[in-house]
Ligand binder design. Structure first.
Ligand code: DAH
Length: 352
């Protein structure tokens, strides 16, 4: 029996030395110090031993059991530490590796131009005034001197929102930023009807027209409207202001010209061209060989419009202009198709 115990101890310790992970450790525990392990079996065989042998075997069996338990505890410690340092090693973060760069978004090219134009106008003393996208027929047309059946309405086929109920003043998506002129004038004159203050505002916003979408026209587009109203404003102020704007926008040598035009809300009306910056005025595909690029509509505010805004046309005059940031962007970047703006194609957007 003592011989057998020595052998049990030796074999068990040998096999323990080969244990390197938690699973093998547990298997070793069950096999070598568990309830039906060889050493435990020795205890259950004690009753068959002689009186002399029994204490010797019992003592030795206890020694072996304790020795195996201690060896197990020591081994368990080693295995646990090894597992810990292994996982520390494997899961270690290399903080010296270069990071993955976050993909940065950018402003939309139309927004970039819009902000640049508003920045220039702000330097020239025009404050930003925003107005609603959903307008009434009255604001979008009638107060701007378009009578109900005026042919100029054809220029702006509109998205009506509800036709029936509001009679001849239906709601529609604004077709231009000009109704903001009336809203601004009414707001300022409403606060002081006897002595309305002078006005110098820039009115940016989205406009909507019910049109065929082509390379040259979209159903929605930005406009910036300008409005100056005061007691001694002349056509000279209009020309000086817009020529100055063109120089700030396109460079100090930018040349402009005015061509007589027609808008119901201005009289006289003019369109302004800037000398083609692609060919320097010599004539090219961008300016269609004319040497000039049309960039805005403008005019002296019509007396009826001043009146509708609460400004007495016998005392006040003013000028207004309307221009398209997207058209400016197209000219500057020689874009040939307006549909790129809202096409959401990352390859287009990334170029800016
Ligand atoms: N509202 C005009 C349009 O959308 C643009 C315009 C022309 C605005 C002349 C003005 C202006 O203020 O004076 O076509």
């Amino acid at each position: 029996m003592l011989e057998k115990l020595n052998k049990i101890e030796k074999t068990a310790l040998e096999s323990l030395a080969a244990v390197t992970d938690e699973a093998a450790l547990e298997a070793w525990r069950v096999a070598n110090i568990g309830r039906s392990s060889p050493v435990m079996n020795v205890f259950s065989q004690m009753s068959g031993l002689s009186k002399e042998e029994r204490p010797l075997v019992g003592q030795r069996a206890n020694q072996v059991k304790t020795a195996l338990e201690q060896a197990f505890a020591a081994r368990a410690e080693v295995v646990k530490n090894a597992a810990l340092s292994k996982s520390l090693q494997e899961e270690r973060l290399d903080v010296t590796l270069p990071g993955r760069p976050a993909r940065r978004g950018g402003l939309h090219p139309a927004t970039v131009t819009l902000r640049r134009m508003l920045g220039i106008l702000a330097e020239m003393g025009f404050q930003v005034y925003t107005s609603r996208d959903v307008e009434t027929d009255e604001m979008n047309f009638q107060a701007l001197n378009f009578p109900p059946h005026h042919p100029a309405r054809e220029m702006q086929d509109s998205f009506y929102i509800e036709a029936g109920e509001r009679g001849d003043n239906p709601l529609l998506m604004r077709t231009h930023t000009s109704p903001g002129q009336i809203r601004a004038m009414r707001e300022f004159s409403g606060a002081n009807p006897e002595n309305p203050p002078s006005i110098r505002i820039a009115l940016p916003g989205m406009c909507y027209r019910y049109e065929q979408i082509t390379a040259r026209s979209e159903v929605q587009f930005y406009q910036i409207e300008g409005l100056a109203v005061g007691e001694n404003i002349t056509y000279g102020d209009l020309k000086g202001t817009l020529a100055d704007f063109a120089r700030r926008m396109f460079g100090e040598h930018a040349k402009v010209r005015f061509r007589a035009s027609y808008f119901p809300f201005t009289e006289p009306s003019a369109e302004m061209d800037v000398e083609c910056f692609v060919c320097g005025g010599k004539g090219c595909a961008v300016c269609k060989n004319s040497g000039w690029l049309e960039i805005l509509g403008s005019g002296m505010v019509h007396p009826n419009v001043l009146q509708n805004g609460g400004y007495d046309p016998r005392r006040y005059t003013g000028f207004a202009f309307g221009m398209g940031p997207q058209r400016m962007t197209m000219l500057q970047h020689r874009m040939n198709d307006i549909r790129y703006f809202w096409g959401n194609d990352i390859r287009f957007l990334e170029q800016f």
